[in-house]
Design a protein. Structure first.
Length: 141
């Protein structure tokens, strides 16, 4: 009897709903991407006589990188938010990423853009990558 075939699926970014503050970031293209890099929840210390003592982290932050086309309307709205944050420091907003085709929901009450894309001027369509810091990330999925 052959082994069972794993249930594989391809993510379709049209199923991704991304909210950053009052911005609904939508209209993802086939090469756009969102990647969330989390931190370790538990660390450890070595106690007396080599005992391992687990330590729960107090910080549940993560970095998110959002790659979108330069010509996207989302790029313009993110640029405005980043510029206003740079001038006033008032760019701390909720971040919610929901994937409709699965149970994945990532939410952060406080987040901000920590790195804007490097400027690039050329004739070809290109991609921009925005880096967000997600403080107190909660992962339902």
């Amino acid at each position: 009897m052959p082994p069972p075939v794993p249930n594989l699926k391809t993510y379709d970014l049209s199923e991704l709903i991304l909210n950053f503050g009052l911005d609904d970031i939508q209209g993802f293209g086939p090469n756009d991407a969102l990647q969330i890099t989390t931190r370790q929840i538990f660390d450890h210390e070595y106690g007396l006589h080599g005992a391992i003592i687990p330590k729960l982290s107090k910080y549940y932050d993560a970095d998110a990188s959002l790659t979108i086309m330069r010509e996207s309307d989302n790029a313009q709205s993110l640029s405005i938010v980043a510029a206003l944050d740079q001038l006033s420091g008032l760019g701390n907003f909720p971040f919610i990423a929901t994937y409709l085709d699965g149970p994945s929901v990532f939410t952060s009450i406080q987040s901000r853009i920590t790195k804007k894309p490097d400027p690039s001027f050329n004739r070809k369509n290109s991609y921009l990558t925005w880096i967000f810091k997600l403080y107190r990330l909660i992962d339902f999925g």
